[in-house]
Design a protein around this ligand. Structure first.
Ligand code: MLT
Ligand code: MN
Ligand code: ZN
Length: 301
């Protein structure tokens, strides 16, 4: 089983169009050691021919150009069998509009995220004659690719940013923020790009996995405040910080997971560049995703 990181950055990407923070300016500077990174998406394949894509970012057009296995093989064609959406945020759904053009693929998401897509007429650009939206109930396995089992499950989160109202509940567990569990033979992998908290139940689920791609949005909870880029904490945005007591690094380090890879990394996060924070993450055995990163999981014959 092979994974390909199409986009390692969080919403906005690196650089973000209107951001002049240290990382964003480095990413604009060809002589700096930090290349631009696109928005949150992960591809997976069993045979190198047929792919499922987790989240459709606004950068998907460029991502499909940059990753040759995802090119068409004939006149009108795509190796993308299916797309799985983990929440309704813009960085994870706007790429669906790029995937119009009367091309068939399967679209899997939770019932509530399917309702968000169904309620917004712009997504009718994905003609139902070509793209069937399958609302997969949580904890009911389905097949995004032949031979691959995927299960959606609730993780602590919130409604999409553009749907927030006065009575916002952060950390609520419902089908608006989901993780994906992928099982092939003995291998069990997870993709969780947005998560407000690692509950005991979530930790138990992840324990013993072969591989976890996990929410690395911010290193410190107050990162946007300290960098002067915003007024919200990571937790307020529905993203558990990497550092600190009960941060993701501490909790995931207690579990038996051989490969832990941070994805959905915000442009303010110091782990992008050479920094003590980056060293800290790497020294604890975590990996930091980059666009184009490949991860192979050996499968028992
Ligand atoms: C998030 O992950 O918090 C969202 O991508 C925010 C956004 O839509 O900009
Ligand atoms: Mn996001
Ligand atoms: Zn920035």
């Amino acid at each position: 089983m092979r994974f390909l990181v199409l986009g390692a950055a969080a919403g906005g990407g690196l650089p973000q169009w209107n951001c002049g923070c240290l990382n964003c300016n480095m990413a604009r500077d060809p002589s700096a050691a930090l290349s631009p990174q696109t928005q949150s998406s992960l591809a997976a394949t069993l045979d190198g021919e047929n792919w499922t894509i987790m989240n459709a970012s606004p950068d998907i057009r460029q991502q499909l150009i940059d990753n040759r296995p995802l090119s068409p093989k004939s006149l009108r064609d795509t190796p993308i069998e299916s797309v799985i959406i983990t929440n309704g945020d813009i960085d994870h759904i706007a790429g669906l509009l790029v995937l119009r053009e009367s091309q068939s693929f399967k679209l899997f998401t939770s019932p509530s995220v399917a309702n968000i897509l169904g309620d917004n007429p712009i997504f009718r650009a994905l003609n139902p004659a070509f793209v069937a939206i399958s609302a997969a109930n949580l904890d009911h396995p389905f097949q995004p690719l032949a031979g691959m089992s995927a299960t959606l499950f609730a993780v602590p989160g919130k409604v999409p940013l553009f749907m927030e109202t006065g009575d916002l509940q952060i950390g609520i567990e419902n089908d608006l923020t989901i993780g994906v569990e992928i099982v092939v033979g003995d291998a069990r992998a997870y993709y969780i790009p947005g998560c407000a908290q690692i509950t005991n139940a979530l930790a138990e689920r992840l324990d013993g996995a072969s591989l976890v791609f996990f929410d690395g949005t911010v290193f410190s909870d107050d990162e946007m405040i300290v960098t002067g880029t915003g007024h919200k904490t990571g937790r307020r945005m529905g993203h558990i910080p990497i550092s600190g007591a009960e941060g993701s690094l501490e909790v995931l380090s207690r579990l038996n997971i051989p490969r832990k890879i941070y994805v959905h990394i915000n442009n303010t996060n110091p782990i992008w560049r050479h920094s003590p924070e980056r060293d800290f993450v790497l020294e604890h055995g975590f990996e930091i995703a980059r666009d184009g990163m490949e991860v192979t999981l050996a499968l028992d014959p």
